[in-house]
Design a protein around this ligand. Structure first.
Ligand SMILES: Cc1cc2nc3c(=O)[nH]c(=O)nc-3n(C[C@H](O)[C@H](O)[C@H](O)COP(=O)(O)OP(=O)(O)OC[C@H]3O[C@@H](n4cnc5c(N)ncnc54)[C@H](O)[C@@H]3O)c2cc1C
Length: 442
């Protein structure tokens, strides 16, 4: 119900402004060209403002849609809004000559286009463009330009574009003639800038007060580190959720998302497992017990507790994508889960299998838990080898006594694994409602 309300608000809210503009000048907007151009402009303005609300990841919205869905909507709707701006501009330039008003709008449009293009190419590359854009991404990564951190900073320039768009709309004659229209435009701007300030300043400041003492730093595999830290006993999160973290000593103050790999049943302590990848994660081994970690969260909907009706549970994960499964399995062990549970875990080498003791202990507490590693890069491995395929999965489900169409599937890991697992489940005709995924990129 809430989901429906938010979606309706998103799609219908521009109509308030549009209605005001039409009531102010009904004759003008009886002309289809004027009406279309105005609607496109108003929709683009309001939706671009909403982008600032969405990207501030407010918890009351994130709880309903999930963070990765929010960010995907953010990306898609930013592009849709810019297409609307382009058509609005094209239609208006046919009627109006160039002026300060049109030029300001033009500059804002160029900034938005540049920021969006950089984001699509290097930051949140959509799956369909991945193959084409991969070479560009690998070159920029290799020579160290336009790193994720710099791209995030560049993304902030879109606030300047929003200010220019505000100036552009405030210069229109409709605003001069109507206080309600002025209030309408300003409300959206105030909404967008409040969420932006909340996200970039207030939330970071509040988070920086939420410090936790690190109690352990352990190398779990060649490139994976476990960080243990203290947490208040009453801190609530669901197994499988993630939070944003940074170390108090980190000068960049940038928060990074990591799944909480411990369970809420382990009171007073929490852990994350971090794979070395880029600037921030490469330095993880230098962190020492006694240092402080700063946390903002929790977030996410990727928890088996959200789907209590599922009769069995299957985790299909790859590499460090096991972290949410670790948290959920530990929770299941501590709450005496009786359903059948299967963990299919793709790793390159046997040595990438972490938390062996914890999982062995969980197998003692959950009688129906089965763990099957699938090792891809060790031909001599005595067990499942290669990459998961549909025959392998069907066999594993059969052997574990899991009925394919009544289990919930939890997918997490590198993008090729997620894609292939998604395809396998589709080819086995597993209903979409039973498939849940968590992507490790936003
Ligand atoms: C929901 C979620 C859960 C995650 N859980 C884990 C986990 O349990 N263990 C683990 O090892 N990794 C996890 N990650 C991935 C982890 O956040 C990135 O590997 C890490 O931020 C990389 O930072 P870097 O500076 O070392 O690498 P970079 O080379 O700077 O970035 C590599 C990639 O990481 C992502 N990334 C980097 N910085 C951020 C940021 N501030 N916010 C969002 N994404 C960022 C981007 O996709 C980027 O392309 C998770 C990611 C998400 C979205």
């Amino acid at each position: 119900m809430k989901k429906f309300l938010y979606i309706s608000l998103y799609f219908l809210s521009p109509l308030v402004l549009a209605g005001l503009l039409i009531s102010l000048n009904p004759n003008k907007y009886s002309n289809m060209t004027w009406l279309t151009s105005m609607l496109l402009g108003v929709y683009a303005y309001t939706w671009l403002s909403w982008q600032f609300v969405i990207s501030a990841r407010p918890k009351f919205i994130e709880r309903i849609f999930g963070m990765d869905h929010l960010y995907r909507v953010h990306g898609v709707m930013a592009i849709v809004s810019l297409v609307f701006v382009a058509i609005h501009r094209y239609m208006n330039l046919k009627v109006f000559s160039e002026s300060t008003l049109t030029n300001i709008g033009q500059i804002a449009f160029i900034i938005f286009i540049a920021v969006s293009a950089l984001s699509v190419v290097l930051m949140a590359t959509p799956a369909i463009l991945e193959r084409i854009l991969k070479p560009i991404k690998s070159v920029t990564t290799r020579i160290g330009i336009l790193k994720y951190r710099s791209l995030k900073l560049i993304h902030n320039i879109s606030t300047a574009a929003l200010v220019l768009v505000l100036i552009h709309v405030l210069m229109t004659s409709a605003v001069e003639n109507s206080l309600p229209v002025f209030v309408g435009y300003m409300s959206y701007f105030i909404l967008a800038s409040s969420f932006y300030i909340y996200h970039k300043v207030i939330k970071l400041w509040v988070a920086s007060e939420d410090r936790h003492k690190i109690t352990g730093v352990t190398q779990e595999a060649a490139d994976m580190w476990r960080i243990d830290f203290e947490i208040d006993d009453d801190f609530y999160f669901m197994p499988g959720q993630f939070a944003f973290f940074r170390f108090a000593s980190d000068k960049s103050r940038e928060l990074h998302p990591f799944t909480i790999s411990s369970s809420p049943t382990e009171q007073g302590q929490m852990s994350i497992t971090v794979k070395e990848l880029g600037d921030f994660t490469k330095g993880i081994g230098n962190i020492k017990p006694g240092d402080e970690i700063i946390m903002e969260g929790p977030y996410g909907r990727f928890s088996y507790l959200n789907y209590p009706y599922e009769r069995q549970i299957v985790f299909i994960v790859g590499g460090v994508g096991v972290t949410p499964a670790l948290s959920m399995i530990k929770h299941m062990a501590d709450t005496h889960e009786s359903r059948r549970v299967l963990l299919v875990w793709g790793v390159r080498k046997k040595s990438d299998i972490i938390r062996v003791d914890e999982l062995t202990q969980a197998m003692r507490s959950i009688p129906n838990l089965k763990i099957i590693p699938v090792v891809s890069d060790e031909p001599d491995y005595q067990g499942e080898k290669g990459y998961l395929n549909k025959y392998m999965l069907s066999r594993m489900l059969d052997k574990s006594g899991i009925s394919m169409y009544s289990a919930g599937y939890y997918l997490c890991g590198p993008s090729p694994l997620m894609k292939s697992a998604g395809k396998i489940l589709k080819s086995l005709r597993v209903p979409k409602v039973l498939v849940h995924d968590e992507r490790f990129s936003l």
